[in-house]
Design a binder for this molecule. Sequence first.
Ligand code: PLP
Length: 280
Amino acid sequence: MLSSPITPFIFKNNFYHVKRDDFLTPFEGNKARKLYYFLKRNFPKIKKVISFGSNQSNAMYAISQLCKIKGWEFIYYTNHIPSFLKQNPHGNYLEALKNGMKIIEIDLRGDDLREFVLGLKDKNTLIIEEGGRIKESEEGIKILANEINEYCLKNSLKVFLPSGTGTTAYFLAKHLKVEVITTPCVGDSKYLKKQFDMLGGGKTPTIIEPRKKYHYGKLYKNLYNLWCELKIAGIEFDLLYDPIGWDSLLYHNLQNILYIHQGGIRGNISMLKRYKRKFG
Ligand SMILES: *Cc1c(COP(=O)(O)O)cnc(C)c1O
């Protein structure tokens, strides 16, 4: 179930190696790694999962798959569902609803929302934090590290991946013998360092700065164009994290890289809709 190929990728006259975690099933990308712990174990007492985050989150969709497989109820808190989305459900939102997710709008955000959801824990309930930022993620990400460690050593490669919560990059750095490089896509470098500390500190990934400050989830023509170029070159990446990742990689001219494709293709449907509406 876990284990994906590494494929060659030529982009802008440079040679890259790409770890294709987008091919993983039943969930794709790093969410498959993060939820592996829950998938492979039995939890006789658990009847439901509660999570929270944005209304089109890749993690939300992956958790809905997990709950469907396990026969668990899935409750998801978000602070806003736009009326456009309610009337035209699509992307991760639609697919998660199809899997039986109950989504609840709540007028809380940030730490307040987190505290509220953590307070809902009982013996029959599993809480999975936003984006799968949980220590249980380590087990699946360690397997990813084991799959690429020898390959990187043999080919003198560094590992690169864009970060949201930084959980994937953090546990990769912990378990790999080669350098792990990442760039922040959600907050700034300070936010990312804080995430690494919260996960346990120690050996942490190298952070490179993006070319400029990109706001998470905002639409940028140059990033869309880059995404199209990547697709024409042969690989569809996600539209939220990977364009910032590749833009940073090119900006810093990093060489000898194994790029981790962390999935997220389903989420592209909603991003593409937004790009079409904004830029035509
Ligand atoms: C969730 C996700 C990320 C961010 O992963 P973190 O472990 O939170 O840093 C990056 N790329 C894709 C495609 C994702 O779905």
